[in-house]
Design a protein around this ligand. Structure first.
Ligand SMILES: [Zn+2]
Length: 430
């Protein structure tokens, strides 16, 4: 009666020895023992079976462009933006599509099946938008791609951006973006937040802004974003990406700000890899970490979801489409090493991101989409520690990627013949 059964799975919520029965593209049963058989069965052998990873903040128009037209010598955010400005006029639709499709291949192999990508609307040709709309269509069968109209050089600061952003939305881009801290003045930034929230309200679209991606303790755009969210009735549909300035803000002010953000139900998207790399660059010692207040925001009930942001582009020369690498960095930088902390970090790579992106049918419950990843790890804690292989990636009931388990052969007299790094953890459950 089932098309596929995954047996003996550990789930992220701690349930163990679970069978997952799939009919067509849906999960039809999640229970301890399915007596029926199926056309295909996969024995998960007590490994973690998770819903796919979700990246709520990425730049697919820039990814895999590392070295074009040159390398970022200083490695700073500002040189990255300048470098992207040099590359932008030379971009072609074909090259953009090709790079994005290659990235999606890598993402699928890592069990990353949902991505929200910002798309730069600065170049009035909007070749980036045309390309990523084509990619959204091309990958739809195996990966959900959401697009944000992103005025990289400023909504007001860059001539033509106001018109270009609206044209991008007319062409079918899903979400209204912005970058208030990059406008000429704090008041221009605030005006851009108001204008962009108004557009979102009028068009019935969500908002996702690069917001306060600085070390400036006086940057106040998240306050404005939260207030305009409430004013325009956009609660729960607005994301503040980065929010790194919150790291440096005065504590009394933050005690007032976080409740306002909670009232506006702002989705918070820190990008730990990029934030730790690019922030604090004006500091000598001590150097600030430049990650927003992850623990405090979570404790205040805000939905916090981590983004990858960049992979091999003008801003970041590293990355491998592995959201566990993002979570691994978050554990360190946010100092969230407790067992409950790590579970929250895993949620911030999966369920919280799905909520940020408004995904329907996400999760391992009856009637959810049959989208699953089997990892070479026992539980979320081990997954975060090991960044293990994705043994199988399942999309709508079909296996779309497989990777063999990583086991090393050992040739040392008197020692075991093989090493499996997943067998080293103490057993205290998850
Ligand atoms: Zn970004």
């Amino acid at each position: 009666m089932f098309d596929l059964i995954i047996r003996n799975a550990n789930l992220p919520d701690g349930r163990e020895g679970i069978d997952i029965g799939i009919i067509g593209d849906r999960i039809a049963a999640v229970t301890r023992k399915i007596e029926a058989s199926a056309q295909e069965e996969i024995d998960a052998t007590g490994r973690l079976v998770s819903p796919p990873f979700v990246d709520p903040h990425f730049h697919m128009d820039a990814t895999l462009s590392l070295g074009l037209p040159r390398m970022n010598r200083s490695g700073t955010l500002i040189e990255g933006i300048a470098l992207w400005g040099e590359l932008r006029p030379t971009l072609t639709r074909e090259a953009l599509v090709e790079r994005a499709l290659r990235y999606c291949d890598l993402a699928v192999s890592q069990g990353l099946l949902y991505i929200r990508s910002h798309v730069d609307v600065t170049d009035p040709r909007l070749v980036t938008v045309e390309a990523l709309l084509e990619v959204r269509e091309k990958v739809a069968a195996y990966l959900d791609l959401q697009l944000v109209a992103f005025p990289q050089d400023g909504y007001y600061r860059s001539p033509g951006a106001v018109d270009a952003l609206n044209r991008a939305l007319d062409m079918g881009v899903d979400i209204v973006g912005g970058i208030p801290h990059f406008e000429r003045t704090m008041s221009d930034g605030a005006a851009s937040v108001e204008a962009l929230c108004r557009i979102a309200a009028e068009r019935g679209l969500p908002v996702d802004m690069h917001c306060d991606e600085t070390d400036d303790p006086m940057s106040r755009h998240i306050e404005t974003l939260a207030a305009q969210t409430i004013r325009f009735g956009l609660q729960g549909r607005v994301a503040g990406s980065h929010l790194t300035s919150m790291h440096s803000m005065d504590n009394y002010y933050v005690s007032k700000l976080i409740p306002l953000m909670a009232e506006a139900r702002i989705n918070v998207i820190p990008n730990p890899l990029i934030n730790i790399m690019l922030q604090g660059r004006h500091d000598t010692y001590p150097k600030r970490r430049g990650l927003t207040r992850v623990r405090e925001l979570m404790e205040a009930g805000l939905n916090v979801a981590f983004g990858h942001d960049c992979v091999m582009d003008p801003w970041y020369s590293m990355g491998s489409a592995d959201m566990l690498e993002v979570g691994h960095m978050a554990i360190h930088v946010a100092q969230m090493a407790g067992i409950e902390d790590k579970k929250k970090i895993f949620d911030a790579l999966t369920a919280n991101s799905a909520r940020t992106m408004g995904l329907a049918g996400y999760g391992i419950e009856k009637d959810c989409n049959a989208d699953l990843v089997i990892l070479q790890a026992r539980d979320p804690l081990e997954a975060l520690r090991l960044k293990p292989n994705r043994l199988a990636v399942i999309r709508r009931g079909k296996v779309i990627a497989r990777t063999p388990a990583r086991v090393s052969e050992l040739r040392i007299d008197g020692r075991p013949a093989s090493v499996d790094g997943t067998e080293y953890a103490p057993s205290f459950g998850c």
